[in-house]
Design a protein around this ligand. Sequence first.
Ligand code: GCU
Length: 341
Amino acid sequence: MKKRILSVLLVIILMLGLSACGAKTDTNNSGNKGKTTVIKVAFNQQVTNPQYKALQEFSDKIYKRTNGAYKLDVYANELLGPQRESVELVQTGAIGMAVVSNSLIENFNKEFSVLGLPYLYDSKEHQNAVFKDKSIVGDLFKSTRDEGFEVLTSFHAGVRSVYSDKPVTKPADLKGLKIRIMESDTNVQMMKYMGGVGTPMAQSEVYTGVQSHIIDGGENNEIIYSNMKHFEVAKYYSYTLHLMIPDYLIINRDLYDSMSTENKTIFDEEIQNATDRELKIWAVDVKDAIKTAKDAGVIFSYPDINLFKAEVKPFHEKVTQNPEYKELYDKVKAKGETIKK
Ligand code: GCU
């Protein structure tokens, strides 16, 4: 509650104190007529998260390469509110950027839901190849411009599995279990097909939600599970590996449009570098997260994921009844085949 009030206050201060697009100007000696546009970024995870590290590096790079014209100021730990609200802040221009899950963006364009289907990608290499392919995601990333923002890049966000106070070895084990999910209809349906009951809520509410038995568990990657100490309230992490869903760095449309072609090119190049860096940092940090959880007494288990895959197959079929979604789905699947070869 205290945190909530703080967030609201901070947002009000930001809105009062900023020029357009959440960007404020600093003075510097960089040769850019003394003006630096500082872009505020809403981030709902911790400063130890690979995405945060990649964003800091991105900020340093663009600052240097634009001669001090741009840098980022990343507000971690959901300080600017949950992801749902941070999208709104980007839309209105109260802040310039935010990192939000695909789940939130599907609320603006339903087609994104295809990219957030359970068991869609064969591997992180497959997912990475899909998001690097402009012929698959290019138009989609720009499709939210009428809503006031566009997607700059997608960050890998691990593979999500279920955790609770008992192991989940098969879909029937999820029966009646209220599992916290991210706030999207696709996630609600996903959990239903998997056998449980999906309860949408913000990430910051999960710990107390489990502790006070409002929910029975959550589903997330090992880094969040470990960093947010969810293992203290739910010590069985079952590798259902059901969801590999990207996070997006979104940017206010007017801010992006106001950049010179040269600076835009720098942004685009450096964001691709940051995307690759994040994937590498993730690979290292996830091992540390698993170790921390193991040391804390977490019991990891390995259910037969084919049982869960079979349950969600009708969900894929249902979503792809829409011809446009089917086209995107087929492109994603075809990309997977090229990776296998
Ligand atoms: C992951 C994901 C976030 C998301 C969070 C959640 O950490 O990267 O974008 O907000 O899970 O479960 O809410």
